[in-house]
Design a protein around this ligand. Structure first.
Ligand code: CP
Length: 311
């Protein structure tokens, strides 16, 4: 996909994009990351609407910051003070935003909500995370972080650790990695948090080879990127199942003692107790940088989809 071909595209899943598409995005994001404040106000005539039906700090605010950096205006739905509370349907809510804005970023607990929004809206829709599988802009910024900090995505060894069943950041990263040529990809989780069949089947179809382990320690000395996830308490259908696995793994300074030199630790955040605060002082702690890269990556995404720099 060339730059021009991004214009007007819905961004529902990273699966819809090729390696070349992603590389175009990462290249543009790199320019914005070098100097976000000096970016041309390429979207000064645009309005971006955010509609978040689930809590968010990073995705909502970094999309807003990205839009503002490019000169766009931002309107925010705030479901808890909107007519959603009066029972307005998702489709009608999206129809309203479609009339008031040039692009909609949606987050929703139900998988398929972003697809529904894209079918109703005439403006492009970006999925800011729906259900347990798709969070495309998170995967794009995760790949950007790896490229930026490690110099490449191919050939590295990855460990995705924790809740691979419900964490959409994990599934989306794996889908993103399937477009590249990683050295190895280890999935490390309790048995009940292994990928769901639909994710495993998609990875198989895409040809991404993974292995399933219970302990990070078995591979930590060979891994370049440790991608931690929070156990997604809110997505467990049965609270008893959450109780069984909560606290089943935790990364601390001592658990990283045997980590490969030059390796990095990523986490989409927010963290709970799976990632000790003491890790923050290690050179390998890259998750705060990762969160900051959300702005340049989403600047690139908005600019490409709204065709800002091609005008
Ligand atoms: N990484 C991420 O999606 O964070 P938020 O839930 O705060 O947006």
């Amino acid at each position: 996909m060339s730059r021009d071909a991004w214009a007007g595209t819905d961004v529902l899943s990273i699966l819809d994009f090729s390696r070349a598409d992603i590389e175009t995005l990462l290249k543009e994001a790199s320019t914005f990351a070098d100097n976000p404040k000096s970016a041309k106000k390429s979207l000064k005539d645009e309005i971006v609407a955010t509609a978040f039906f689930e809590p968010s700090t990073r995705t909502r605010l970094s999309f807003s910051a990205a839009a503002l950096r490019l000169g766009a205006k931002v309107i925010d739905l705030s479901p808890d003070v909107s007519s959603v509370l009066k029972g307005e349907s998702l489709a009608d809510t999206i129809r309203m935003l479609d009339g008031y804005s040039d692009l909609i970023v949606i987050r929703h607990p139900s998988e398929g909500a972003a697809l529904l929004a894209s079918e109703v809206a005439t403006v492009p829709v970006i999925n800011g995370g729906d259900g347990s599988q798709h969070h495309p802009s998170q995967a794009m910024l995760d790949l950007f972080t790896v490229k930026r900090l490690m110099g490449r995505i191919d050939g590295l060894n990855y460990a995705v650790v924790g809740d691979i069943r419900y964490a959409r950041s994990a599934a989306s990263l794996l889908y993103g990695l399937s477009k590249f040529k990683p050295g190895s990809v280890h999935l490390i989780s309790p048995e009940s948090l292994r990928p769901r069949d639909e994710v495993r089947d998609t990875l198989l179809k895409l040809g991404l080879k993974t292995d399933q382990l219970a302990n990070l320690d078995d591979v930590i000395a060979d891994v370049d990127v440790i991608y931690l996830t929070r156990i997604q308490k809110e997505r467990f259908p049965d609270p008893n199942e959450y109780e069984k696995v909560k606290g089943s793994y935790r990364i601390t300074k001592s658990s990283l003692a045997r980590a490969k030199k030059g390796s990095i630790v990523l986490h989409a955040l927010p963290r709970t107790n799976e990632l000790a605060y003491e890790v923050d002082s290690l050179p390998s702690a890259a998750y705060m940088k990762q969160a900051r890269f959300g702005v340049p990556v989403r600047m690139a995404l908005l600019d490409l989809v709204l065709g800002g720099s091609t005008r």
